[in-house]
Ligand binder design. Structure first.
Ligand code: XUL
Ligand code: CO
Length: 437
């Protein structure tokens, strides 16, 4: 079989002093941390779309990368993508992948033909999964690219577009079950509005919830036993997206009775676009029992859009992994590199370098996050900071026994509180000491 990454052999862990660019410096898959191998803490996944389909085009320029794999027939290209993807995952030791329906098979002249192409490729991929042991993390339907979704999919003003999205989701969900996936993602890139002047927000949100309920019902019917996820993002491509951030999504899920079926898929770059840190979005998900999965990538402080760059910021990865540890680790979720090489990094080797850098960044993040947990000073500080709630008036407040009257009596007796420092600078130094020792 043709090799797509001929210059790359199986990428191995060689340690931080290695100068081999095709080796891991920190990611040692079987190293046990906190009773679990690194690979099970991290559950890395390859994104089909960025890795095998995206050719480097941007609004001002065409593709810089060959993603036709030297072929012309669309189904041959689809099979070549699968071959290249499984070769890459095998060489990197990546055990999971994620896909949209449109990533794996070409659209046909009719929906029936699209469906035929899709299921042929599902069969092809299933065979490759059986050969390699590689698993599906989550599936999804691309309900944002085609012109039929110009006004949205689940939130479209056009019921025919809504129905088309439903038909796509039905098949994508069936394929997720067929391939043993434990996650199904809704990312609503076109679910929002450009102007309120032409928008019935109330109907659009009710309809989005209707579509999600249909997916939940159908998932039950066909034996989907994983988690549904919403992936929050505030904007891009639509000016205002309904799934703005974790908190907004949680409000939506609760309003429509979907919170027991859905968790969140948190993407770093989407957090940045919402004006939050990655760890903020993860914390909001965790404290609401909605932590599900992660799309790892990074934005750029100088750019206001979704750059989907491979993550290299160890500080951010550490704070992310600290949240993952606090959440008790991944169950059905994992860490999907929703990231692409830069337009100028057009060779196949660049894809390998990109994944190695992302995997090493999160491996180091995991190592350092666990050191922070073992060091204990951070958690101890936070615990002490709130110790006034463990007894006396604080305990009455948290036990729900205090009233405005009882607290007024307390203040009349005790008057002003004695304040203590938040010690932010001390804590920031503590983190740096652990990160850079
Ligand atoms: C777009 C994005 C998507 C979702 C899946 O910003 O993140 O790739 O992850 O549709
Ligand atoms: Co994403």
């Amino acid at each position: 079989m043709k090799e797509y990454f001929p210059t790359v052999k199986k990428v191995a862990y060689e340690g931080k002093n290695s100068k081999n660019p095709f080796a891991f410096k920190y990611y040692d898959p079987d190293r046990v941390i906190d009773g679990k191998p690194m690979k099970d803490h991290l559950k890395f996944a390859m994104s089909w779309w960025h890795t095998l389909c995206a050719g480097g085009a941007d609004p001002f320029g065409t593709n810089t990368m060959d993603r036709s794999y030297g072929l012309s027939d669309p189904m041959d290209i689809a099979r070549a993508k699968a071959d290249a993807g499984f070769e890459l995952m095998t060489k990197l030791g990546i055990e999971y992948f994620c896909f949209h329906d449109a990533d794996i098979a070409p659209e046909g002249e009719s929906f029936a033909e699209t469906k035929k192409n899709f299921w042929e490729m599902v069969g092809y991929i299933k065979q490759k999964m059986n050969e390699t042991g590689i698993k599906l993390l989550w599936g999804t339907a691309n309900c944002f690219n085609a012109p039929r979704y110009m006004h949205g999919a689940g939130t479209s003003c056009n019921a025919h577009s809504f129905a088309y999205a439903a038909a796509q989701i039905k098949n994508a969900l069936e394929a997720t079950v067929e391939l043993g996936g434990k996650g199904y993602v809704f990312w609503g890139g076109r679910e929002g509005y450009e102007t309120l002047l032409n928008t019935n927000m109330s109907l659009e949100l009710d309809n989005m919830a209707r579509l999600m309920h249909m997916a939940v019902d159908y998932g039950k019917k066909i034996g989907f036993d994983g988690d549904f996820y919403i992936e929050p993002k505030p904007k891009e491509p639509t000016k205002h997206q309904y799934d703005y951030d974790s908190a907004t999504v949680l409000g939506f899920l609760r309003k429509y009775g979907l919170d027991k079926y859905f968790k969140l898929n948190i993407e770093a770059n989407h957090a940045t676009l919402a004006g939050h840190t990655f760890e903020h979005e993860l914390t909001v998900a965790r404290i609401n029992n909605a932590f599900g999965s992660i799309d790892a990538n990074s934005g750029d402080p100088n750019l206001g859009w979704d750059t989907d760059k491979f993550p290299t910021d160890v500080y951010s990865a550490t704070l992310c992994m600290l949240e993952v540890i606090r959440a008790g680790g991944f169950t059905n979720g994992g860490l999907n590199f929703d990231a692409k090489v830069r337009r100028g990094s057009f060779t196949f080797e660049d894809i390998v370098y990109a994944y190695i850098s992302g995997m090493d960044t999160f491996a180091l993040g995991l190592i350092k996050a666990y050191e922070i947990v073992c060091d204990g000073r951070l958690d101890e500080f936070v615990k002490n900071r709130y110790s006034s709630y463990e007894s006396g008036v604080g305990k009455e407040i948290t036990d729900g026994k205090a009233t405005l009257e009882s607290l007024e009596s307390y203040i009349l007796e005790n008057d002003r509180p004695i304040m203590e420092s938040g010690r932010q600078e001390y804590l920031e130094t503590l983190i740096n000491n652990i990160l850079f020792d």
